[in-house]
Ligand binder design. Structure first.
Ligand code: CTP
Length: 224
């Protein structure tokens, strides 16, 4: 098998946790499997991989470097710190969109009647890193959609100025197999048929390599 030159991949995976108090948090069902499979596939192709992940129950492939984080703010800080030395970002993490406005320092006590929780938006890590990139850097996002899937994913591709987006559906969460759709800016949708997350990840890594090797519109528009 002919290999491309080794690249540096920054891959994110898993959920984030936004703490309400020391023992309670807001999170989601992401298992991290897709992001970990992407990291394994990139490593398998001879690339250098930094995997920034939230709390998950799986182990990374050998040779994949990891940074474990909890909250969206921690993931943002780790990614910002890593991004300057990377070539490709693949943002597979299920980052919480909102966090409590404050985290109580001690466990909240039960009180009679309803109780409201005030939330503030988290920073969109993908958008922030896409904005803050060198022309050569490639940015690939994910979109999890349960309705108007393609239209919503296209809006994310444009809005976050991505080079490509992977569209998946809620059924994919936690499953061993997945079918996704792939859209590169300026091209048509491509359906990647159902297969194991590792096989899918291998296809996506090869697609990312090919894209990295091409001149890009987003790279041109991002250049000064
Ligand atoms: N993402 C991110 N930071 C956030 C939220 C999302 O980097 N605070 C990234 C995800 O990792 C994914 C992409 O943005 O690559 C799209 O995430 P998704 O949850 O599908 O969409 P959102 O942009 O959060 O929008 P919505 O939840 O309204 O669909």
């Amino acid at each position: 098998m002919r290999r491309n030159r080794p690249l540096r991949f920054l891959i994110t995976a898993g959920p984030t946790r936004e703490y309400i108090d020391p023992v309670r948090f807001i999170s989601n069902d992401s298992s991290g499997k897709m992001g970990f499979a992407l990291a394994a596939a990139a490593k398998g192709r001879g690339h250098r991989v930094m995997l920034v992940h939230g709390p998950v129950a799986i182990q990374p492939a050998r040779g994949v470097r990891t940074i474990s984080v909890l909250s969206a703010a921690e993931m943002l800080a780790a990614c910002r710190q890593q991004w300057p030395r990377q070539n490709i970002l693949i943002m597979a993490a299920a980052v919480a969109d909102y966090a409590p406005t404050r985290t109580a320092r001690t466990k909240l006590k039960k009180q009679p009647g309803p109780r409201a929780l005030r939330l503030k938006p988290t920073v969109d890590i993908l958008e922030a890193l896409s904005r803050d990139r060198r022309p050569e850097q490639l940015v690939i996002g994910f979109a999890l959609e349960d309705r108007n899937a393609r239209r919503n994913a296209e809006a994310k591709l444009r809005g976050k100025r991505l080079d490509a987006i992977v569209l998946n559906r809620p059924e994919t969460i936690g499953s061993e197999r997945a079918s996704v759709e792939w859209l590169v800016t300026g091209r048509a949708w491509e359906v990647l048929p159902a297969s194991s997350k590792l096989r899918l990840a291998q296809r996506l890594i090869r697609a990312a390599e090919a894209l990295y090797a091409e001149p890009r519109a987003s790279a041109e528009s991002a250049s000064p």
